[in-house]
Structure formats: C-alpha cells, structure tokens
Design a protein around this ligand. Sequence first.
Ligand SMILES: Cc1cc2nc3c(=O)[nH]c(=O)nc-3n(C[C@H](O)[C@H](O)[C@H](O)COP(=O)(O)O)c2cc1C
Length: 370
Amino acid sequence: MNVPDSLIGLAASLPKTQTTDVRGTNMLMVGGFVLGNRIALAPMAGVTDYPFRRLCRTLGAGYAVAEMTSAQLHLYRSAKSRYRMRRGKEESPFAVQIVGSDAQALADAARFHADQGADIIDINMGCPAKKLLKKAAGSALLGDEKKVADILGTVVRAVSIPVTLKFRTGIHPQNKNAVRVARIAEEAGIALLALHGRTRDCLFCGEAEYDTIREVKAAVGIPVLANGDIHSVDKARRVMAETGVDGVMIGRAAVGRPWFFYELAWALSGSEQASYAPLSLEEKKQITMLHLDHIHAFYGEKMGVRRARKHLLAYARYLGMHLSTLGEDFYTRFMATEDAAIQKRMWQTVWQEINTRAYDEIRPAYRKVA
Ligand SMILES: Cc1cc2nc3c(=O)[nH]c(=O)nc-3n(C[C@H](O)[C@H](O)[C@H](O)COP(=O)(O)O)c2cc1C
C-alpha cells in the first residue's frame, strides 16, 4: 500500500511535552497504555477510517477510536466491516468500538477483536442513530441501568485488554443518569469514559453542556474525556478547566479540519508558544493531497473515490470554498467521477481557486446528524 510518509515531518514538529501539559504532570492512561496526549479523535462511522485516524494522529491527536462495528460477528465478512477493522502498523493503542444490545454477543465481539490484535475495546452507548435505537442499542441502552451493568461487566470479564465506554448524559434532559452510569462503569472495571454532553433525545440539537460532565468526573476515579461541540482551542481549555476532565474528544470539528489537532496539541502542551508556527495554507494543501492519496491507496480506486468525496467537500467548506463557484458543471463532474486521477486533478483545481482568494477559514458550521 502506498502510504504517504511526508506527514512524518509534521509529526516531528509537534511539541514533545506530554508530561507537562495543561492538566499537570500525570500522563493519561487507558489500562496500561499511555496516550500521546489528552486529545482524542472521536469515533465517527464513515469518517474515522485508518487514513483519517492516521492523519489526525500525525497532526496531534494522542488517541483515536475506530469506526463502530456491530457486535454481530456474521456481518464481519462484508467488505465494509473488513475496512473498518483495519489498523495501521504504527497505530498504538488501537481502539475498536463495538455496538449492540446483547451482553453475550458484545462479549463475543470483544473477544474476537482482542484475538485479532485490538488493544482497547470501546463500547458505544452514545450513538443515537435510528437503526441502533430500533434495536435498543447505542444510547438507547442508557434507559436500562441493569442492562448497562450486565453488558459492561460481561464484556470486561470476557477480555484481558482495557474496555472503555462512550456514552451520553442520559436518555432525555429530564432524566440525566450519567453519574449513575459512570459509577456502574467504574464498578464494572471500565478503564476510561468518554462522555458526550447531550442526551439521546437531544440528538445533535442545541449546545452540549458540561455540568454533567463535571459531575461525572467528580464522581469517579477513572479517566474521563469531555466530548461535544469542542471546536476551538479556547473552548477546549475552558471545558478542561471547568470540568476537571482528563482530556477532550473531538469529532466534527476535525472533519475537513484535521489540523485542528495540531493547534490543540500545541495549545494544550504547555510548551513555549513562541516556537509555535501555525500551519501555512500550502501545508494544509499538502495535508489534503496526502489524505486523498492515502484514501485511494487504502480502498482502491472505485471505493476510494467515493469515500474521498465527503472529506474533500468538508475541506472545501472549512476553507471557505463552495465547489459550485467553479461552475455547476464542475460540481456535477466532481460528484460523478469514479476516476482517482480525475478526482485528484479536480481537487488541485479547487486549490488553485482557494489560492486566488483571501484565505478565511470558517468556523465549524455543524450539520445535524441523526
Ligand atoms: C458522522 C458521525 C458519525 C458518528 N459515528 C459515531 C460512532 O460510530 N460511534 C460513536 O460512539 N459516536 C459516533 N458519533 C458521535 C461522535 O463520536 C461524537 O460523540 C459527537 O459527534 C459529538 O462530538 P463533536 O461535537 O465533537 O462532533 C458520530 C458522529 C458523527 C457526526
């Protein structure tokens, strides 16, 4: 596989100050694994595949969780599942997320992934996708604390690697049970919690809140990552200071803007800001080109071109560029092409256009995701 290595130079320029970061001198650990820093890439189905995780980790994410996989082992034969489970040689620790509603099936899936070499199992009780809610999986499980305890205990006992939990603050705003769920998780032997500051019913509406995250952090002794709407360095600093959490988990703010991790890694490193050089537009261009090459190499032409589209559109959006400004025909051809070389040439044309404009990266404009 032709994996781009030129990102290594960027990685080398990141601050090496994990021991003196904003939360003091202790390293952030999951089980026996020391994480690179206190900044994690959130699992996002259809987004956090190996090319994207590699990019984000190289740019400063100390930890990344892969896309969720079903607990139903018979689905693993599909091409989609096989790609989701692929890990890079350098990816350590490698965290696989599983989702389901049956404790034994989840335990079997966890064992399967551990046997395949996963370092960490993450259990998804945070996703509000309709197809999961219908099966009472994902965040729907939060409504049944006995079941939560059963699932977490069964999975932790099934494997000898660390098990983590990603969850929401509760089912709906009148019933936030995150503190009880967090205590259940700690009791069950969960090694780390990642908490999205919204309830299941909130889906992605309104603003994430961090009071519940602060209460959870105060209630348990295991590491807690704050997640939800953290889209700027200032916000990350504020959330960490207000909640006392061990780190932040970033999702949508990194899609189309993986260099956010670079800014964040520097800002939270506690190292001398005078030596911080923001990435240039040319470096951002190189990052997107390398990402595109890696997607094509990883998936092969047909699937790669399709998978690349959403990332390229997200890059364009953050860089303040609407592809339709290059002509309706350009946009239609861009969306229709199945040819990797044409997609790459068209993406270079987009960059020529970006270079002719005053550069103005826009703030994240979140889309609703159900
Ligand atoms: C496209 C997309 C896919 C997602 N897929 C997953 C997933 O597979 N597992 C999971 O636990 N959460 C998933 N999430 C939720 C994110 O991990 C995260 O909790 C949420 O987006 C809030 O964080 P943010 O505001 O930083 O994006 C997904 C979110 C998005 C936008």
